[in-house]
Design a protein. Structure first.
Length: 146
C-alpha cells in the first residue's frame, strides 16, 4: 500500500506521524489488517521495520499544543480509515468519518490547535505529500529506525 500511495501522489512520502515534545509517537497505522488504529508508541521503531527512513519536520509557528494533545489522546484506539486511504489509489472522493489514516490524523491535529497546515483542503483529503507542502512545516532531518 505504501508504494501505491507514493506512486499515486507522486511523492517519496507514504506515511505521517506526530512526535511530541516527550518523544511519544502518535500515528494511525493500517496494520495488522484489518485491525489498524490510532496508536501511541514510545518510538518509530515500535511500529516500523528497522532501516526505514523517517523524515522529520518541525512546526515553524506557534499553535495550541495543550488543546491538541487532549484531542489527540482521545483519538487513540479509533479505527484506521481503510476506505478513505483507497482514495489515494482510486481517486474516489473521501468523506469525513470517525476513522483516521495517517496524514488525516496529523492534519486534523493541527486544525484542532488553530493551525491549518493548508488552506482550502479537508483533512480526509490530505496525503502525506500534501503535509510536506505546508508553509508551516520545515524538514529538519532524516532518522533511520532501529
Amino acid at each position: 500500500m505504501a508504494r501505491l500511495i507514493q506512486l499515486q501522489t507522486r511523492s517519496v512520502y507514504s506515511h505521517a506521524a506526530l512526535v511530541t515534545e516527550n518523544d511519544e509517537v502518535f500515528e494511525a497505522i493500517g496494520k495488522p489488517f484489518p485491525f489498524g488504529k490510532v496508536v501511541k508508541a514510545k518510538s518509530f521503531s515500535s511500529n516500523h521495520k528497522p532501516g526505514e527512513d523517517v523524515d522529520v519536520f518541525e512546526v515553524t509557528t506557534p499553535y495550541m499544543r495543550t488543546k491538541n494533545m487532549k484531542w489527540l489522546k482521545k483519538q487513540i484506539g479509533k479505527e484506521y480509515d481503510y476506505r478513505s486511504i483507497l482514495r489515494f489509489v482510486t481517486r474516489v472522493p473521501a468523506e469525513k468519518n470517525q476513522r483516521y489514516f495517517c496524514s488525516e490524523l496529523v492534519f486534523e491535529y493541527f486544525n484542532v490547535g488553530s493551525l491549518p497546515l493548508l488552506k482550502g483542503i479537508a483533512a480526509h483529503n490530505v496525503s502525506p505529500r500534501d503535509l510536506a507542502l505546508s508553509p508551516f512545516l520545515r524538514h529538519t532531518e532524516t532518522w533511520v529506525t532501529a
